[in-house]
Design a protein around this ligand. Structure first.
Ligand SMILES: [Zn+2]
Length: 287
């Protein structure tokens, strides 16, 4: 009997320890927001569909309040590259693409497949293939559900925009420190909360590496020479010094390490490229 009490006691203690551990982990995740310490948004009682619905709203707001590019050549390029990468990802998202007329050197893909490219990044890329590399990377963050747990925690706790770096809610007002945050906060409401959470996100080193890896596969499968992913890094490095660079440039791992990794993965990507039904090489030159 004593033994049973001991066992039950141990079990209760371990459950309590587990509970406080879970709470600590949850708080930690909420603080880190984009750490990958929990497994799925469902763990937080939020479905992926709900996150995607928020992304859809935020995306519509951003499009409505942005200047859409009138550059027909670039718009057509973004559309065809985004469509090919979307198809190569094998993901059944409600894909959308837009080219925003803005000097920012930026591109992103929200959860659920909402893609934006800013005109400022186009001359830096120099080729259609480099655009495929960027979109491959950004789309991979969405298909690999990176940051999903962070979104789930933020939504569940009603602090879209609260627990994120550079933003705080004071008296119901969203207070931003970064320019990105300020810009997104102007959207207002739920869309602002999601957009700020999304735009100011930071991924872990592992997430960045896996997005690089899958992105290179996607671009190759889409018919673009996967070597161009490495050339992209040189071009981004050259452009560095500008203020607003895409999330993948400003985050760890280091440029050199990422190039070395892309080189190590090249054989696998080349095999996909060989199987691609259509091959475009590095595609058209961006002028
Ligand atoms: Zn990234």
């Amino acid at each position: 009997m004593e033994r049973i009490h001991q066992i039950i006691g141990q079990w209760v203690n371990s459950k309590l320890a587990m509970k406080s551990f879970t709470q600590a982990a949850v708080i930690f995740c909420a603080m880190m927001l984009f750490s990958s310490c929990a497994t799925s948004p469902e763990d937080a009682g939020i479905s992926e569909g709900e996150i995607n619905a928020e992304a859809t709203k935020a995306y519509a707001e951003i499009k409505a309040k942005s200047k859409i590019s009138q550059n027909k050549e670039w718009t057509a390029m973004v559309q065809r590259v985004a469509q090919r990468i979307a198809k190569a990802s094998g993901e059944n998202f409600q894909w959308e693409y837009v080219l925003i007329d803005s000097p920012e050197v930026n591109a992103w893909c929200m959860p659920g497949g909402k893609i934006a490219v800013y005109t400022g990044i186009m001359p830096v890329l120099k080729t259609e293939g480099a655009l495929a590399a960027v979109l491959g990377h950004e789309v991979a963050h969405a298909t690999l559900r990176h940051g999903m747990m962070g979104y789930a925690r933020a939504k569940q706790n009603n602090y879209w925009g609260l627990a994120i770096a550079g933003a705080a809610v004071l008296g119901g007002e969203l207070v931003c420190k970064t320019d990105n945050c300020k810009k997104m906060a102007q959207l207002g409401g739920i869309a602002a909360g999601f957009a700020v959470t999304f735009i100011d996100r930071k991924f872990s080193r592992d997430d960045e590496s896996s997005a690089d890896k899958s992105g290179q596969i996607y671009m190759a499968r889409a018919g673009y020479d996967p070597r161009e992913a490495m050339n992209l890094w040189d071009r981004m490095k050259a452009a560095n010094g500008g203020k607003s660079l895409p999330e993948f440039v400003s985050t760890h791992p280091s440029d050199d390490k990422r190039k070395a990794q892309l080189n190590a993965w090249l054989a696998a990507a080349e095999a996909e490229y060989q199987k691609a039904p259509q091959k475009f090489g590095v595609g058209e030159v961006i002028r």
